[in-house]
Ligand binder design. Structure first.
Ligand code: ZN
Ligand code: ZN
Length: 400
């Protein structure tokens, strides 16, 4: 590694140590005020304020999303983007730890941005605010609106329990609403005049339970009933479910959605109700991890004392809208251990882990690794080219 890069790495370490406490305080602040997908107004305001103070120019809203933003520092190529997620889950708060994603990205862009201030090297650092990861597909909306046009590499991470891995596969995912329309009537005196929308919905769930026998073991069908009637003495005229259809590829998701639709239509037919099926967000795509970037990040992360293990690529996995970005732009989305305990994502225990001192130290270490990887992309044109070459020649990651 040449002297110039080493100097920039030192600068990144120094700047991160200066902002460490403010970054932790910001993470705790976000954790205390959880906001659900596309409602992240508080997070949007404090993150953009911080970046503005750092000399980033802020564009917001972007892609017609009020809580999305692009913060930019520097000019010209390459263009390196750190992606910030900051939505929480309904009812249980930051049980996916996106407060750490936001502040890790904030720390990395701040440190690399300050290194850029010296004017010793060229390039652009972006911090892109990507709202609504939990179901609303914010990144896909931004991607389609051109927010990522001209970006050469995207860097972010996700909190994890027990192990840190440089990359992992993701499943493609369709988010559906299933709506049944029936006819209300008194359940005791006028039952024969009613058409029961809840009966249709229950049949739909039973049919999809049976469909599970015939799907690959890496696919997933999961749903909840969001509306099932108003009173036990009224035949429900309306019932509604939200439903997720996951498979290894977008193509397989589309095939499975057709089968799920057939389950929904069959239930409507047998109950005399009508069904409407809506897609709530664009389909989340599978993940293409850039190994040149993931391995470089992993090396820097190990230097901070974090233990990085080889990814276990098997079975089902969650989904994220970063998948869609990764198919268009070289991207990394490593998983960072924030607790040594076996803790399920989207649980109360994970929410508590996401505000722990261990989580914050790991997040700061990750910010350092991401910022240094970003610096290498800006300073080392051979490395930058090798990342682009891998992207051109490789495909998404699937379990064996
Ligand atoms: Zn989540
Ligand atoms: Zn998440």
């Amino acid at each position: 590694m040449n002297e110039k890069i080493q100097k920039v790495h030192k600068k990144i370490e120094m700047e991160l140590s200066k902002i460490k406490q403010d970054i932790i305080d910001t993470s705790l602040d976000l954790h205390n005020k959880p906001e659900t997908a596309m409602e992240e107004h508080y997070a949007h305001s404090i993150l953009t304020k911080w970046l503005k103070n750092e000399g980033f120019s802020i564009t917001t809203p972007v892609a017609d999303l009020n809580t999305a933003f692009v913060a930019k520092k520097g000019s010209g190529k390459p263009v390196i983007a750190f992606l910030l997620e900051y939505d929480a889950l309904p009812q249980i708060g930051h049980a996916c730890g996106h407060n750490l994603i936001a502040t890790g990205g904030l720390a990395a862009s701040t440190a690399l941005g300050r290194a850029l201030d010296n004017g010793e090297f060229e390039g652009t650092v972006l911090a892109i605010g990507t709202p609504g990861e939990e179901g609303a597909g914010g990144k896909i909306i931004e991607l389609e609106a051109g927010v990522f046009d001209g970006v050469d590499a995207c860097l972010m991470f996700h909190p994890n329990d027990q192990i840190t891995i440089p990359w992992r596969h993701l499943t493609a995912n369709a988010h559906l609403s299933i709506k049944y329309f029936g006819k209300s009537a008194h359940t005791a005196s006028h039952g024969e005049e009613g058409k029961n929308a809840l009966s249709a919905l229950i049949q739909f769930f039973v049919a999809t339970d049976m469909l599970r026998q015939h799907i690959p073991e890496t696919s997933r069908l999961n749903g909840i009933i969001t509306k099932g009637g108003d009173a036990p003495n009224i035949i429900p005229e309306y019932a509604e479910a939200e439903f997720l259809v996951r498979a290894l590829t977008q193509e397989k998701v589309k095939e499975m959605v057709k089968k799920v639709e057939a389950c929904a239509e069959g239930a409507a037919l047998s109950t005399g109700t009508k069904v409407r099926i809506e897609q709530n967000s664009p389909v989340y795509a599978e993940m293409k991890n850039n190994k040149m970037m993931a391995n470089r990040m992993a090396g820097y992360l190990e230097q901070t004392g974090e233990v990085v293990t080889a990814p276990v690529i098997k079975g089902g996995a969650g989904s994220s809208d970063i998948g869609n970005v990764s198919l268009k732009i070289p991207t990394i989305h490593p998983y960072l251990k924030i607790t040594p305990n076996a803790v399920a994502g989207h649980s109360i225990e994970f929410r508590e882990a996401a505000k722990s001192p261990e989580a914050h130290q790991a997040m700061l270490n990750m910010a350092e690794a991401l910022a240094k990887t970003g610096a290498d992309l800006l300073l080392d044109s051979e490395y930058f080219k090798s990342v682009q070459k891998e992207f051109a020649e490789s495909g998404p990651d699937y379990p064996a």
